[in-house]
Design a protein around this ligand. Sequence first.
Ligand code: CA
Length: 222
Amino acid sequence: MRLLLVEDEPRLARSLSQGLRAEGYAVDVAGDGVSGLEQALSTSYAAIVLDLMLPRLNGYRVCQQLRRAQNPVPVLILTAKNGEYDLAEALDCGADDFLSKPFSYVVLTARLRALIRRGAGGRPAHLTVGDLTVDPAARRCTVGTDQLRLTGKEFGVLECLARRAGQAVPKTEILDAVWDSAFRGDLNIVEVYIANLRRKLTTAQADCTIETVRGHGYRLTP
Ligand code: CA
């Protein structure tokens, strides 16, 4: 699952992005409002963590312009400011939630999970394909009643396929959804993860398979 962090304070941006990566998210970081808005408009993110006081374009305006562009991505605003007026203005601009600095990292990740669960435009809370169930918010995956143990990236690839179950998903789309923009490796990395997932699904005796769609990508079918 891919997140965008828009934060101009380098130390906070670094520690937050490291923490979120450790939770299994792919994280892109933008250091000012204009580049944050550009990235948000050009890439599909599971959620955006947006600082309010930013150079070039503040968080209120970033959020407002996203909504004007009909972009429904969940937005969590982070701010050193405090008070009812700021909270109201942030929500009026189209933000979904609000957290004041200094904040607890545990609360931030819990709020993010809740936002992603509610999703943009009513995404289902669980994805089901045959006896496979993927819970994106809890990052849990089960086959029947048994938990399927996956690495963060394996989970991301499977989630991406499960969101579009029955449809062929191009490798480039999987790469964009699961790896952040700092990844400069080979597109064939996706194949490695598909091979691992097939092995784990077979071992778990799941009644769904990942098919290769020649010249296109992969399809998860029951
Ligand atoms: Ca700031």
